[in-house]
Structures are given as C-alpha cells and as structure tokens.
Design a binder for this molecule. Structure first.
Ligand SMILES: [Zn+2]
Ligand SMILES: [Zn+2]
Length: 336
C-alpha cells in the first residue's frame, strides 16, 4: 500500500508498506483523511523521544472499516474516527481510570504505524462512529478538538469570564471555540503571525498582535484593570511562559496546553503574589472524544476555517514543508 513514511529528520516521503494484518480485536481501516499535527512536526524535526524511523505517521485520522478480526459491534463499511491513545491497563493511572495519563501511554502514528497510509490497523476499542453529514476532513479534526474539550474541562471557565488564549494555532483556536461554548465572555487571543491573527479575528474575538502591542497593558485595560480570569497557554515559547503570569488576574488560573520543547522560566514570584493556579493538560479521555464528535455533529463548533490545505498522500512532503511556516498553513489534511 502507499504510505507517508517518516525516514529521519526533515524526511517524510511517499513510499510503500505492506498492508497491515489485523489480529483478534483489531480492525483494518481504509483511511479517508488525516491531519498533520504539532507532534508530527516534532517527529519531523527529529526531536520526538519515542518515534523511530521508518514509520507511517498520522494519529488524527478517520476512515472506513475494511474488515474486523473477531466479534465486534463494528461492521465493515462503517465510517469511524480513531482515538489513537493506547494505555497499558496496569499502571496506577490506568487502574484509577485515568488511562490518558498512563505511565507508558503510546499512540498509533507515533509508536506504531498510523494513518498517513491507505490502510491502518486499529484496536476496535479505539474506534468511534461519526455521523454521515460530517465530512471526512472535519472528522479528522476530532482528535485536536478532543484536546481542546479536555483542556477546557480542566479549566475553571465560568459564564462571562474573561479568557485569554496565547497562541492562535489550531489548538489555541479550538480551545477558544470550546471555551466560548462553555460560557466564556470576552475572548482575547494573542499571536505574532498576521495569518493566525486574521484566523482568530474571523471567530469574532479580540485579537492582539504581541509584536505591536504591550499585551499586559492592553489586557488590563480590556478587562477593567483586572486581568484574565483564565489564561490558556497554547504557544509553548519562553516569551509566552512569561506572558501567562503577567496577564492573569489575582487568583486567576493558567492552563498550559503546550508541550514546551525547552523547559521555560516561569515567574513563580508572580504566581505567589497573585496566588495563581497553574493547571496542565494532556490528551483527552474517551468522554472528551465523544463530546468532540457531538460538538461537530451538532454544528456547535465550525472547524472548516481551520483547514488551510487538503493534499493527496503523494504530496505529503510538501505538506510537512508547508507546516513549518505559520504564515502559510494552519491544519493540513492528507488524503490517501
Ligand atoms: Zn495531534
Ligand atoms: Zn497505564
């Protein structure tokens, strides 16, 4: 079969792999669409601690069931989206029902071949059906939307809250959309890229350009001198790690969604004096995934503006090159 194969730093190319053979409890999925994610870019940069070449990348994908090995309620022909997390079932977190923070959590498309391929094999307990009116490209956004659902559920966002989103990449934008559904009042988004700033403006938010504005002062004046009730950090840089404590109100909450490539300096003195709460968030639970599908199915979030490109698998190298420039690409969908 054709696949988009990671071969090493800056090398993701179209190639051939054998069609995977599902064993008991697994389904063979004919992939319809898959999204390139920030984690894929970390692998592409050669900086991911687990992903080992050669590997078919892709953990945000949907497809049609081709066959199922063993008994299952899933049938060939059904369209499904894949929840790519695989937990061990034995560690403290798993035994406590918190499988998304499993001590040895693995992901389809990172620890084993994934969805940038004609076919992928997936355990049936990782499949979710999605409704017929939802397009395949949108269904491929379920996974990042589930990240946003989990993130907002970890926050204290309440009706009317002033919410700041630092970083307007796909995750920042999704978190803002979900926060809005959860009752957030004013949403103030911050970025440095004109393309991403324009994307956030399309959503009707107040958007600040951190290169041209004193973010701290501006957010203070927009919130009547108070600062943000909840700050979502979705940029993952040393600069934004500093901004997050500056723009939060006294006793406000900071939710860090980013995976920082370098451990940043965090102003713990500011956290102390303002008695801030810092919350982190990782992946999603099965419930978050189901909620993400329900939000899309019920048209409660409109994600179509997030997709900047749809490319055939043969052009996957171009897709990864495009993703390196935040002025050109937001979410890129690969279609086998
Ligand atoms: Zn992802
Ligand atoms: Zn575990």
């Amino acid at each position: 079969m054709r696949a988009g194969i990671y071969l090493g730093e800056k090398k993701v190319v179209p190639g051939q792999l054998p069609i995977p053979e599902p064993t008991h409890g697994e389904a063979l999925i004919r992939v319809l669409a898959g999204g390139i994610c920030g984690t894929d870019m970390m692998i592409y940069a050669g900086k991911h601690p687990r992903a080992k070449a050669p590997l078919a990348l892709g953990h945000e994908f949907c497809g049609v069931i081709e066959k199922v090995a063993g008994d299952s309620s899933f049938q060939p022909g059904e369209r499904v989206v894949i929840e790519p997390t695989l937990s061990c079932g034995e560690c403290e977190a798993c035994l406590a029902g918190q499988t998304h923070v499993c001590k040895t959590l693995r992901l389809i498309g990172i620890d084993m071949d994934g969805g940038f391929a004609e076919y992928a094999k997936v355990p049936v307990h990782r499949l979710h059906r999605y409704p017929g009116h939802l397009s395949d490209s949108l269904a491929a956004l379920t996974e990042p939307l589930a990240v946003a659902v989990h993130t907002v559920r970890r926050s204290h966002v309440k009706i009317g809250d002033d919410v700041v989103i630092i970083g307007c990449g796909p995750i920042g934008l999704l978190v803002g959309m979900v926060a809005r559904r959860s009752g957030a009042g004013r949403i103030i988004a911050v970025d440095v890229s004109p393309y991403r700033i324009a994307k956030a403006q399309e959503l009707g938010w107040t958007v600040l350009d951190a290169r041209q504005t004193d973010i701290t002062q501006e957010i203070k004046s927009l919130t009547g001198g108070k600062g943000a009730d909840v700050v979502f950090e979705a940029a993952g840089t040393s600069v934004t790690a500093k901004q997050m404590t500056e723009v939060a109100k006294i006793q406000g909450q900071i939710v860090v969604v980013s995976l920082f490539k370098q451990p940043p300096t965090v102003d713990l003195a500011a956290m102390h004096f303002k008695e801030l709460c810092l919350t982190t968030t990782r992946c999603y639970s099965r419930t978050d995934f189901q909620t993400a599908i329900a939000l899309m199915a019920g048209d409660q979030v409109n994600l179509s503006g997030l997709i900047s490109h749809e490319l055939p698998l043969e052009r996957i190298a171009e897709g990864f090159a495009l993703m390196e420039n935040p002025e050109e690409a937001l979410k890129i969908i690969i279609r086998p």
